[in-house]
Design a protein. Structure first.
Length: 442
């Protein structure tokens, strides 16, 4: 009987890419990929271990899937990803439901793990956390056919005091330009129009293998691949955001005028304890320069509240910073005390109730900002990638170049006979807190 495999992905887009490669490998092996967990004889849970909430979700998902051994057809439960890389002994000792684990650098051996698990061996394969993405491996893209993520580097060298990514993913390692372009060409040949370049620290791309900041070159090369219409950049660290990168985004019409730049905080004292590159003066100057050279750019950032030692004054200054800079998109996270990180040993840890309060306050401020910035787009004609038909009144739903998949807003466009995956020109007529609506003009 052909084994039926379901891959469950938790966490970030980088994890999604890993899952898509595992899906490609098991499909190449001859196994059948299924979406219904009740059908699966093998389930792979690709976990996230970034913060406590993610760990809890991963553990709960593993336990939920394990119940299918009693109620459905499940023979083997494999666990992969960040949680396994960090907690292999704990998982295997405390969760007998798991039949095998594989780490972040070895998931290309997934078929071997499955074989051993089916044979009752409970395999453990946890080696170097950094995966070699220059290998030519099959990939089953799970995103809609017109959009895909491409990982350009793995790991991180920044050593932020709050972050466990280097523990789970290892040192920063860039892929070669050639391997990235090969993958993009394959995706474009399958109909992918939007390429989202992702890494923990994209702006550092190339410094380890080319001794130079090569992200501008890479983005231009990707935009030249036939079939690619949009190139989107994720996780651009402010400390390495060069003038060349700004000019590249400004001048290349295929590069989305969208910058996802996690700042984490505004106050120098907090940034120093976080061990983040740059200071608030540098950040303000960088934002000013970006907006000056890239008119209409959409700036997304993420902030952490409740970092150890964050005073009421620090938080008031952070609120003022958010009001001053007027980010188009903003994500707020409460500080999570992660074991084996330097920040976990810092004094003056903040109460959870205070963290939650500060996060809610910041998001309320951002709601007002988002509303105002969206209203400024009324009357503009923007390109919209059509993603679905609303099912009534000739309304389609899509995204502009200013909105990343899943995390940002949508555009509701009234038109007729539009193709899913096409790019339409839409005149904005109404704005909402996070979304826009309008009429198709071409």
């Amino acid at each position: 009987m052909t084994e039926k495999v379901k891959v469950v992905t938790l966490g970030c887009e980088k994890n999604l890419v890993d899952s898509e490669i595992m899906s490609g490998l098991v499909h190449e092996r001859g196994y059948q990929l299924v979406t219904d967990k009740e059908e699966a004889t093998i389930i792979i849970v690709n976990t996230c271990g970034f913060i406590d909430a993610a760990k809890e979700e991963s553990v709960n998902t593993i336990l939920d899937m394990a119940e299918l051994k009693e109620t459905a057809s499940l023979k083997a439960l494999i666990v992969s990803g960040c949680l396994t890389q960090r907690y292999k002994k704990e998982l295997m000792n405390e969760m007998p439901e798991i039949d095998g684990i594989v780490g972040t650098g070895d998931f290309d051996k997934i078929n071997d793990i499955i074989d051993d698990a089916l044979a009752g061996k409970r395999p453990i394969l946890i080696g170097n956390p950094v995966f070699n993405y220059d290998k030519k491996l099959p990939r089953r893209v799970s995103t809609p056919r017109y959009t895909a993520y491409v990982k350009i580097a793995e790991g991180c060298d920044n050593a932020c005091t709050f972050c466990s990514i280097p523990i789970m993913r290892g040192k920063f390692r860039s892929r070669s330009i050639e391997s990235i372009l090969d993958e993009v060409a394959q995706l474009a040949a399958q109909g992918v129009k939007e390429i989202s370049l992702i890494a923990q620290d994209s702006t550092n791309y190339g410094t380890d293998i080319y001794d130079s900041f090569m992200l501008p070159t890479l983005m231009n090369r990707v935009s030249e691949v036939e079939g690619v219409e949009w190139v989107r950049l994720h996780y651009a660290y402010p400390g390495f955001f060069t003038d060349e990168l700004i000019e590249t985004i400004a001048s290349n019409p295929k590069i989305c005028k969208y910058i996802d730049m996690p700042l984490q905080h505004s106050e120098d004292s907090i940034l120093k304890r976080m061990r983040r590159p740059g200071r608030q003066r540098d950040t303000r100057e960088l934002v000013r320069k970006i907006r000056e050279r890239i008119p209409g750019v959409s700036l997304r950032t993420s902030l952490i509240v409740g970092f150890p030692g964050e005073t009421e004054e620090d938080f008031e200054n952070l609120k003022a910073f958010v009001r001053e800079v007027q980010f188009d998109r903003l994500g707020v996270f409460t500080y999570s005390k992660e074991e084996d990180t330097p920040a976990a040993r810092l004094p003056d840890q903040i109460k959870e109730s205070v963290k939650d309060y500060r996060a809610n306050v910041l998001m309320e401020i951002q709601r007002e900002i988002s509303n105002e910035r969206n209203s400024s787009k009324i009357g503009q004609v923007i390109d919209v990638l059509i993603e679905k038909y609303d099912g009534r009144n000739d309304v389609y739903v899509g995204r502009s170049q200013f909105d990343a998949p899943e995390i940002d807003g949508e555009v509701f466009a009234r038109g007729t006979d539009l193709q899913i995956g096409s790019i339409a020109k839409v005149r904005v007529t109404h704005s909402f807190e996070f979304d826009l609506s309008g009429e198709v003009v071409a």
